[in-house]
Write a protein that binds this ligand. Structure first.
Ligand code: ADP
Ligand code: MG
Length: 391
């Protein structure tokens, strides 16, 4: 599904009536600040050009009809007053969860016909799920005139994913999809959702940020996330603070000694070191971007990867290979991004060497016997918005 006219025609054929509008919301990559969001810390995502779109028309009869052009199978028909958390529905749980979350928050959403289509790679750690939630919430917010701000839309999307679908994600993905702007990375404080758009015009600096989708997803992921989360909470408790975000980077050394002396598990010590140092790396990269020294972010990305690999231990062979092969081929820096155990890595490169680096990574994957990775530049793009009819 390429353009809005096609989506309009497809919606009209499917539901027998024209959509009232079309909305778009992007996937994202996180530049720096990983596993920090459930610790109240900082993250720095940017929106991708890849996005989900939703053609939507209101209904007043309580029916919710959902269709995705990307999934085989027909329309999923539900009733808005019978939506129940954790009741399955496969992919349709994401948009249905948004309707549920809106109604739980007291908004009178009386039904809708929705057709979704997306260019965000699924399960690659690029947040195809948040794109679906945010695009659905934006459309319903406009059509039912709910008056929600972009951050409020994001919080509803997270509620849908946490409490309806049942995935314990932080707030970064939905905030990125709802709030990012073209040419910027989003500096987000996940504790109070204060944010700042940080200029990140790669082309102006002769640079590219490559996304390398390893196309693998190791099963380890789900339990490992919960285990890291519990470890971070144990660390904060042992240090007598609310969240690890409250530990200043300057005090990290002393805190690690305190934890070790108190007999905390060595994994807790490692997790604390990762979270507090990655939070610090967000601030380092912001200072560099503000100073216009984008190239100097490269080594910080490498340090972030080492921390995720050695301290948090959420990387994998394929992600480590992207980073080592890219650096060996002249990249400025690279790291895994997202939850790890597969998914995607990012690579900061000079524009002039982007092809060489991409080829070197692909070649290294072939030599190691891995599937061919997907490689594309992450151009910092716009966040969620109405795209038709034009304003
Ligand atoms: P990601 O890292 O891509 O967000 P998730 O596992 O969180 O991975 O979400 C992927 C899920 O989102 C898919 O399994 C599917 O249920 C849903 N999804 C994503 N894109 C689409 C789409 N275009 N149409 C239907 N469902 C989609
Ligand atoms: Mg997701």
């Amino acid at each position: 599904m390429t353009d809005n006219a096609e989506l309009t025609a497809s919606f009209t054929e499917l539901y027998g009536t024209a959509p009232e509008g079309i909305w778009a919301a992007p996937g994202r990559v996180n530049l720096i600040g990983e596993y920090t969001d459930f610790n109240g810390g900082f993250v720095m995502p940017l929106a991708l050009p890849h996005h989900a779109r939703a053609a939507v028309a209101r209904r007043t009869d309580g029916q919710l009809r959902l269709h995705s052009t990307d999934v085989p199978g027909g329309v999923v028909s539900l009733r808005v007053d019978e939506l129940t958390p954790h009741s399955g529905h496969g992919w349709a749980a994401y948009p249905a969860g948004v309707v549920w979350a809106l109604r739980e928050a007291g908004h009178a959403v009386t039904g809708a016909d929705i057709q979704l289509t997306s260019t965000v790679p699924v399960g690659a750690g690029l947040s195809s799920s948040a794109a679906l939630e945010v695009v659905t919430a934006l459309a319903l917010n406009d059509l039912f005139e709910l008056g929600l701000s972009a951050p409020e839309v994001a919080v509803l999307g997270q509620r849908a994913e946490n409490d309806f679908v049942g995935v314990p994600c932080g707030i970064m993905d939905q905030m990125a999809s709802a709030c990012c702007t073209e040419g910027h990375a989003l500096y987000l404080d996940t504790r109070d959702l204060t944010q700042r758009q940080v200029p990140f015009d790669l082309a102006a600096h002769g640079l590219q940020l490559l996304v390398v989708d390893t196309r693998v997803k190791h099963a380890l992921g789900d339990g490992a996330y919960a285990e890291r989360r519990a470890g971070c909470e144990a660390g904060a408790r042992a240090l007598g603070i609310d969240m690890l975000r409250d530990l200043p980077f300057e005090d990290l050394g002393t805190a690690l000694e305190t934890l070790a002396a108190a007999g905390e598990d060595e994994s807790v010590v490692r997790y604390v070191r990762h979270v507090v140092s990655d939070n610090h790396r967000v601030e380092q990269i912001i200072a560099l971007l503000d100073a216009g020294d984008v190239r100097a972010a490269g080594p910080v990305l490498n340090e972030g990867h080492a921390s995720l690999r050695d301290d948090l231990r959420v990387s994998c062979q394929e992600l480590d290979l992207v980073v080592s092969a890219a650096n060996a081929a002249g990249a400025l820096g690279a790291r895994m991004t997202g939850g790890g155990f597969g998914g995607s890595a990012i690579v900061l490169v000079e524009e002039a060497t982007a092809d060489t680096v991409a080829k070197a990574v692909t070649e290294a994957f072939s030599v190691a016997g891995h599937a061919t990775p997907g490689v594309f530049p992450a151009v910092p793009s716009a966040g969620g918005r109405r795209v038709a009819p034009a304003a």
